[in-house]
Design a protein around this ligand. Sequence first.
Ligand code: FES
Length: 625
Amino acid sequence: MEYDITVQPGGTRFTCPSDEDLLTALHGAGINVESVCGGMGTCGKCRVRILEGKVTDPTLEEEDHLSEEQLDGGERLACQVFPESDLVIELPDSSLATGERLQLACELEVGGFDPAVRFHDLEVEIPASPGDHGSDLLRLRDALGSSHPGVRLEGADLEGLRTLPTLLREEGGNVRAVTRAGKLLGLLPRARNPLGLAVDLGSTKVALFLCDLAEGRVLASHGFLNPQIRHGEDIVTRIQYAMDRDAARLGQLVVEAINDNLDVISADAGLGREDIFEMVLVGNTAMHHLFLALPVTQLAMSPYLPATDLPLEVKARDLGLQLNPAAVVYLPPPIAGYVGSDHLAAVAAARLWERPEPCLLLDIGTNTEVALHAGGRMRTCSCASGPAFEGGGLSQGMRAGDGAIARVSVDPAAGGLRLSVIGDATAKGICGSGILSALAAMVETGAVDTSGRMREDGPGVERRGEELLFYLAPPDSGNPEGVAITQNDVREIQKAKGAIRAGVDALLAEAGIGHGDLKEVVLAGAFGTFIDPADALAIALLPPVPTGLVNQVGNAAGAGARGMLFSAGARAEAEEVARRLEYLELSAYPGLSKLFAAGMYLSQETVRGAKGRFGLQAPPASGPD
Ligand code: FES
């Protein structure tokens, strides 16, 4: 049985089968409702109001998130509701996923230009009379051999072969032959250059870079939200969805989104997707596996093993990607179950092994990867930082889109706090960078102590029922609810930053060095770009180093992917780096829980004090912690 659903405001209509929850139907209709927990009923983000019609009774999860008054007023969690009649529903603004600041740029230069895809301009004779029995491919091979001595053609991709006779004749034999590893991929008219696509597939965001493989330049870049987000914000929820429901769908969603978004950038650049002969894709290991439809169940179970840690080459057509039919997708190797090829690409782009050591590199996200180059060795680990830095799990957390508070500073002259809101809009929530600086501001003003406890008598702290909260934007500031940080929000952020700090400290301890030895801390990725390093240092997310040693480089993973697209040498170098990276499995690291507990404190002094109390290994002479 199917019911008609009408959404207010706007009047959008779609149908929902009686055995499908409202959230799935809303997503199916292209309405991007927030769903941090992927429909498990635990995040409380997917609120709707039932204005007319009959639905199933509230679940226990809904009773946890909604008061009796809210339930009586028709408020429900879309993921828990099944229709029992036609419905009219209302979607509050706060339930709609907003666009997000996407970080595409990177200050790292990728050097080297020796692409795996090559092109050769040829004049191929096309016989008009009987007597010459050579095939088109043979004729092309001979033309290549005589005009480009030393270049050998040893075969052809089947799809390249299928188009060869027609294109050869259409162009009168004056063609640009596109080859890869001695095989013909296809022909282009002389005026068109072969293109490539570099993809940074993040769990939250996807970045595409359309590149000219003849001239070695980026023609266009484009970012969009990973459509898998509707099935959970973080990797673990996504894997759970794949295990319980539909793994294949998660991979398809990304392929469809790449195809759709390619339409946008190739049209903008005035270029055809059929000229794309190679794609390089980097991503965390779960994204990599889901994209390739590899099993992910083993990623969720100790010892968290990937299905492969080898580089792969796959035909784009086998994945459903609409590029040139002969195009190849190169996937650099994942390092471990929770350290993916995106981290490898970032390490490669930053050329971590060439920087003055010891040097740390962090890519902060729902999963934070950390690499340390020290003593000629490169170690890496993954920290389960969770979705808090993306706004997930926080009472008014949101991604970094319009209306998100992105920066908070204490301004005694202005009588309190100064807020910076993305899009100069009315504040409707707070994103990760905002949370970080809000927390720094709360510590600075004494609203919260360094153990993370809100002080009831602290400046700006108010009690609402059982809960203490700290208003950043009061309810009269254009948003009827205002924007506040709760005690629980503080704890969530402490857990996220404690996980990262524990990973950093474990790597330093493994290398036998202290914070004082560090020569540089490189922050990669969108979060690392938008945060104020002073905030991250103030709340002891980062180890105590002078602010000047923190270097924000932007989307290093995207830069690494472009580097591997432009250079087969860079690809080989990254594969070598993958072999050199020593992976530290934090879940098996002795003392991790103590490092984590110490890392949750909100100042460098209290982190250090806690480590002392917990009897954690004393650092070498030069290391303060
Ligand atoms: S509670 Fe519905 S998606 Fe999280």
